[in-house]
Design a protein around this ligand. Structure first.
Ligand code: GAL
Length: 433
């Protein structure tokens, strides 16, 4: 089994190597120059995230409940900013951090988004001592620790592992878009074609507001057409961004677009999931936070819907890992430290993840707490070839990820495979070298 090797590859890319990939200079330097400020503690705790949709907001509320029970005198301020993948929140956070007004703790993806942005800019406090005193080495896999570490320090604690390469299918569609018809991209497209021929206008639900959802289609398709080694190689220099797989992956997106709702640019991922639930679409490709959405809206896993690897990606796991750390100058420093402890705790992760749709970062949270789809994902995660997500901050510096999102926004309008492939190669040359 290649699992050990591939995990090492994964870690090398998003972890220790993360610091060498500069954000692009000036922004990081500017932040570094701002420096930290003295820490104090009050009776409040401000938590910043983008968890406002069904499922994700419920998961967050569960962790708030645990915090409240432990620290009843602390008033929690939920500073969540709506917009999937932090499409609005990240800009708000950057403004606050630059202005010296950090929240007490904020959601940040493991890997580049943490290390080559906030750590590089000297805006985080190390949590190395907390990690040790909480005994997390014994319960959080080393691979996950590595991608929230740089130098000799640890900078945040993973609260979950999401799977970015998932396909969600309504049970009503089970015969048309079944697991066997979705095991590769061509079969999937022909299943969508069958559904459309039977009268369904938009069998594949897409919400592309903010464009990151199309970046997800792109990264999943890259794994499907090139394999996990090819995909990881794009970030280590072993694979080329001018490889024909780039065009093939784009071409598959273009073909998928024949089957999506025409208003996709105006809706987000949760509204797209809502279309599946409403029955106007039969499937959507989205991270397993979509499972959180469905269960929050009273759909039963493996009864009303199911979840499987996105077409052509069986055996791989597109890692999306949410973490929390403590920024320098957190106004309620000690409360923030206690928050991070809840995030890394067994109770916290046991309460959070079943609602969130993710699997826990800790290995000691009982699988029996989870639905059957999550249990399957937990099993697959153990042996899967891990690939870090671009769309969700792990694989590449922010400048590349946001440039790619913009390009995907162009692509869904123009569907010009050659032009987008050229522009993507330019972005890679600029930001990944
Ligand atoms: C991701 C995040 C997930 C989920 C999703 C949609 O970036 O890691 O936890 O919130 O965005 O908002």
């Amino acid at each position: 089994m290649k699992a050990n090797w591939t995990r090492r590859e994964f870690v090398q890319r998003v972890g220790t190597a993360a610091g060498v990939l500069a954000l692009g200079g000036t922004f990081a330097e500017f932040l570094a120059a701002c420096g930290g400020s003295a820490t104090t503690s009050g009776s409040k705790l401000e938590i910043f995230s983008w968890w406002t949709a069904g499922g994700e907001a419920d998961g967050l509320a569960e962790m708030f409940k645990i915090y409240k029970a432990k620290y009843p005198s602390v008033a929690i301020q939920n500073a969540a900013v709506a917009g999937g993948a932090g499409s609005n929140a990240k800009a708000v956070l950057a403004t606050r951090m630059q202005g010296g007004k950090p929240p007490d703790s904020f959601q940040v993806h493991a890997g580049q988004e943490l290390v080559s942005t906030w750590v590089k800019a000297s805006k985080m406090e190390p949590i190395t001592a907390i990690w040790a005193s909480e005994g997390w080495d014994a319960v959080i896999p080393k691979d996950l620790k590595t991608i929230v570490s740089s130098g000799t320090d640890v900078w945040s604690v993973p609260v979950n592992v999401h799977r970015g390469n998932s396909l969600w299918v309504s049970a009503k569609a089970a015969s048309a878009v079944s697991a066997t018809t979705t095991n590769n991209l061509d079969n999937f497209l022909s299943a969508l074609g069958t559904a459309k021929a039977a009268g369904m206008q938009a069998p594949l639900a897409l919400g592309s507001k903010g464009n990151w959802q199309v970046t997800m289609l792109f990264e999943n398709n890259l794994v499907a057409v090139g394999g996990a080694d090819f995909y990881r190689g794009l970030f280590t220099g072993k694979s080329s961004w001018t490889d024909n797989n780039i065009k093939t992956a784009l071409n598959y997106i273009s073909r998928m677009l024949n089957y999506v709702n025409s208003d996709h640019a105006t809706i987000d991922w949760d509204q797209a999931a809502g279309r599946v639930q409403a029955g106007t679409s039969v499937a959507t490709i989205m991270g397993d936070w979509a499972k959180g959405y469905f269960t929050a809206n009273n759909w039963k896993p493996d009864t009303d819907f199911t979840g499987i690897p996105s077409p052509g990606t069986t055996g791989t796991y597109m890692i999306v890992c949410d973490t929390f750390g403590v920024p320098k100058g957190a106004p309620d420093h000690d409360n923030a430290v206690n928050w991070v402890k809840v995030c890394g705790s067994k109770d916290g992760q046991a309460a959070f993840n079943p609602k969130k749709g993710s699997i826990p970062a800790r290995t000691d949270v009982p699988a029996s707490l989870f639905d059957s789809i999550a249990q399957r994902f937990m099993g697959e995660f153990k042996n899967a070839s891990l690939t870090p997500s671009i769309a969700h901050g792990s694989a590449a510096p922010e400048a590349f990820a946001s440039g790619l999102n913009d390009e995907m926004g162009q692509f869904v309008q123009q569907k010009n495979v050659n032009a987008s492939a050229t522009n993507i190669a330019k972005l890679a040359a600029q930001f990944l070298q």
